[in-house]
Write a protein that binds this ligand. Sequence first.
Ligand SMILES: Cc1cc2nc3c(=O)[nH]c(=O)nc-3n(C[C@H](O)[C@H](O)[C@H](O)COP(=O)(O)OP(=O)(O)OC[C@H]3O[C@@H](n4cnc5c(N)ncnc54)[C@H](O)[C@@H]3O)c2cc1C
Length: 442
Amino acid sequence: MAKGKKQPKRILIVGGGYVGLYTALGLQKKLRSLEASVTVVDPQPHMTYQPFLPEAAAGSIEPRHVVVPLRKVLRRCHVLTGRVIKIDHATKTATVESIDGHTDQVEYDLLISALGSVSRLLPIAGLEERGVGFKTVGEAIYLRNHVLSRLDLAESTSDPELRRKLLSFVVIGGGYAGVEALAELEDMARYAVRYYDTISAKDMRWVLVEASNRIMPEVSAKMGVYTVKVLEKRGIEVFLDTRAKSLEDGHVVLDDGTEFDADTIIWTAGVKANPMLANTDLPLDARGRVRCTAELQIEGLADAWAAGDNAAVPDLSRIAEDPTATCSPSAQHAVRQAKRLVPNVLAALRGRKQKPYVHKYQGSVASLGLYKGVTDVLGVIRLKGFLAWGLHRAYHLSRMPTFNRKVRIMFDWLGAFVFRREVISMGQIHDPKTEFTRAAKS
Ligand SMILES: Cc1cc2nc3c(=O)[nH]c(=O)nc-3n(C[C@H](O)[C@H](O)[C@H](O)COP(=O)(O)OP(=O)(O)OC[C@H]3O[C@@H](n4cnc5c(N)ncnc54)[C@H](O)[C@@H]3O)c2cc1C
């Protein structure tokens, strides 16, 4: 670099999920040549479109199509596959642990914290051993294979108690993630049992457990009640105002005295900000989220921003009624905050004024299985059944990053419409050495 020439600034984006990917895409498009370099660090080589995980678990979408490969789409950024384990903003250094285990110090000038959230576990006996989360594409693939393989096992056992346990499925947590996961997996299993001689839909037990007195707080109370009715009509048991007390060895004990055995326990009872943030010198609120201004800048820092599930961003649309209101953890906020982040970071680089983030939460669309859904947009467009399901698909397809993924997903839906669902369990991928080891011993 010639003397006196300005060095490009180094922008570090920690996390390549919703916020990280959208911000990097915007910056790589808008940055002038040599204005700044962008580095994105994520332990996964892809961004996951989480709202499509239930459809991926149910086999309506090929799981590969709900993730976006970071290296392929971020051609003008550096992508590091590793986990940030420490951020020292005082010295502007992040410690990155690579997938091979070695650590590197990455220096930066501007920081964007986009670390998202993780499942919030409670101290319940057996939860860690027996529970499965529903936040990653790996968990969605696992659950699909697991549920289908329970049907195979139930068909082959002669032990009635074991069979009952294998055919009992529990989801704990009644937010959209839990309800959609339950509804899609139940729908898939209900379709699959037609191919089994000894199992019918009524042999399966599907249970939803929710600690509060309603499900799906993302939609109106009325739509929440409607959703419970739809699930119950399908034979799904919904326990409201109920908590799981113990899950040891798959023996589910609820605090209303209900007890039963279940071989599938899905935990979707909330998320918390990424705990890695405790290993940084960034200001955090009582819930462990990075404290931000309405411009998405980290409080007190002119060269650092945060957005999405890991950030406490003032919700200006609700500030009049509640001055402490912050944006809820949702894709709706994450995408829009990323879109505000891009001009704000550019404004900071170019010495211009940044603008605040304002967005009124618009409600939710949710799928309850094939051709079934529920929608509540601004409390005005309240749809049920097929129309709501159609809107759910149209909305999420429009939000899915990249044209490539949108087209692939449309072909998946078309294929499933023409040839109906795939109900193959690919459980072998969880234990690929079995056949090889058997061959070696023969
Ligand atoms: C099943 C499911 C369904 C959902 N449905 C909806 C819906 O219908 N509507 C809606 O609005 N919202 C929905 N959400 C919520 C929405 O997906 C999240 O709010 C959104 O993904 C948040 O974006 P983010 O960028 O903050 O976090 P994420 O998208 O989670 O990205 C965080 C990234 O950080 C990476 N990371 C983690 N730790 C580290 C580390 N130490 N170093 C570097 N990188 C790290 C992760 O690998 C990840 O890629 C759903 C969520 C789930 C789980």
